[in-house]
Write a protein that binds this ligand. Structure first.
Ligand code: ACO
Length: 427
């Protein structure tokens, strides 16, 4: 077997070092030995946006962006989306295994038993101004839960971590639905723990649909949550791991992750896609819109991904669900625009040469709109689906002995030391 090392020669000095290779990776700290002067800081790697830096060893989610593969704990996303429920997938992400039947019943019951939110949280949700963005409200609500559950600071206690996790999974849908109805001036609807997770969420939102379409909507919601449940070290998960690395409680860490998710380049893309499709307005306007994308005036939202340089496997499933939902709710003219936009872009050299394909959020907005959700709440639905993944990554982080507080380095290019000028001598 070949030697599992990397030899590096520093051509400034002729110094050669040999670093161990493990999992196709070298330890970045090993480069620090490369110095020109003995008192130099030593070599670092420069990686804005962390495009080639592994921040952790994880056993939760596998993504192969070139081949369009996504697996949770080894199971292909396509099979989980077809056969599992969202809470079953949450169990898989959190504990590493799909639960047996009795365990699944117990797990569902334990999450649903936590679905009531504290009265003071309900009062807080009433205080936001009309028109407040639901993501800002969600961030505030989750951060506020830190004040309600101070025991959550026991982050090294695994039993405590589990308690906070179940509490968060149980309460998030209720807090979201309560805030949503408050915003519309409608009364809060209490959770019904006898319902399934997604069915109960739609019930509390008041978006259940009639007896015919209700089950289709509840299953679609469940599958969309499954598709969003984890995606390894993305922007929001990395934000969560960074925050939690300081041993902050999970509510603060989750609030930070939701903040990272809010941006239009990440979880805010589903909202941005729908606004983009509405702005295009008609299939005849697609060529002119794509010209603007290619002139770099706008981005084609819902396209492109840091990791996938192939069709995002989630996008294919979402597209199928879009048709299933529209079949029962009635068609949405935006689907025709989306399908033609996708087809035109996939034949255009600009997108082909950059390997830009639809991502998970290209079609989700169309489904959410058909289900009756207002566009501003779309990123909140992403956050609700992602919660088990964030919590699984948090649990993994907290039991990883190699992890330390996250603290990147910088390349300082500012002023060298200079004399302090008195105020009357400043320009
Ligand atoms: N529209 C037009 N051009 C694009 C797009 C897009 N959506 N995405 C990437 N490009 C172009 C870039 O301009 C760049 O071109 P250049 O090499 O000529 O300068 C090239 O493709 C590579 O793109 P990067 O910006 O380097 O890709 P990066 O990995 O940094 O960004 C991102 C990934 C943020 C997802 C990007 O593709 C994007 O902005 N997409 C639109 C927003 C979106 O849909 N986000 C959701 C992502 S999925 C998720 O978070 C759940």
């Amino acid at each position: 077997m070949s030697k599992q090392t990397l030899t590096i020669t520093d051509n400034r000095t002729g110094q050669t070092i040999e670093l161990p290779i493990e999992h196709d990776t070298i330890p970045a700290i090993g480069l620090r030995q490369l110095k020109v002067q003995a008192d130099d800081f030593g070599m670092m790697v420069y990686d804005p946006g962390y495009t080639n830096t592994a921040s952790c060893k994880s056993r939760v989610t596998f993504v192969d962006g070139d081949r369009g593969i996504l697996r949770y704990r080894g199971y292909p996303i396509e099979q989980l989306a077809e056969k599992s429920s969202f809470l079953e997938v949450a169990h898989l992400l959190l504990f590493g295994e799909l639960p047996a039947a009795a365990m699944l019943t117990e797990w569902n019951a334990s999450v649903m038993a936590q679905s009531q939110i504290d009265r003071s949280l309900r009062e807080l949700l009433k205080t936001f101004p009309a028109g407040a963005h639901p993501m800002g409200i969600l961030i505030s609500a989750v951060a506020a839960m830190s004040t309600l559950y101070p025991d959550s600071k026991q982050v090294h206690d695994s039993g405590n971590r589990l308690r906070q996790t179940v509490r968060l999974l149980g309460q998030l849908p209720t807090a979201i639905a309560s805030a949503y109805r408050q915003r519309l001036g409608r009364p809060h609807i209490d959770p019904n723990p006898a319902l399934g997770y997604s069915e109960n969420f739609l019930h509390m939102m008041g978006l259940t649909g009639d007896a015919e379409i209700g089950p289709v909507l509840a299953r679609a919601m469940d599958v969309l949550f499954i598709l969003h449940a984890d995606h390894e070290q993305n922007c929001s998960t990395s934000a969560l791991r960074n925050i939690a690395s300081s041993e902050a409680d999970p509510y603060c860490a989750l609030a930070g992750a939701i903040g990272a998710l809010y941006g239009p380049l990440h979880g805010g893309a589903n909202e941005a896609v729908l606004r983009m499709l509405a702005e295009i307005g008609d299939t005849k306007n697609i060529p002119a819109f794509l010209d603007r994308v290619k002139n770099r005036e706008v981005r084609l939202m819902g396209f492109g991904h840091r990791v996938y340089k192939n069709y995002d496997p989630r996008a294919q499933i979402v597209k199928r669900i879009a048709y299933e939902v529209l079949e029962v709710t009635g068609s949405n003219p935006l689907i025709d625009i989306a399908v033609e936009l996708e087809g035109t872009a996939l034949e255009d050299d600009y997108f082909v040469s950059r390997r830009l394909y639809p991502n998970v959020d290209f079609y989700t907005g169309i489904i959410y709109q058909a289900m009756g959700f207002p566009v501003e709440i779309f990123p909140v639905l992403f956050a609700l689906g992602r919660a088990p993944g964030w919590l699984a990554q948090w649990m993994e982080l907290m039991s990883d002995a190699e992890q330390r507080i996250a603290r990147p380095r910088q390349i300082y290019l500012g002023e060298a030391e200079r004399p302090y000028p008195p105020i009357n001598e400043r320009g």
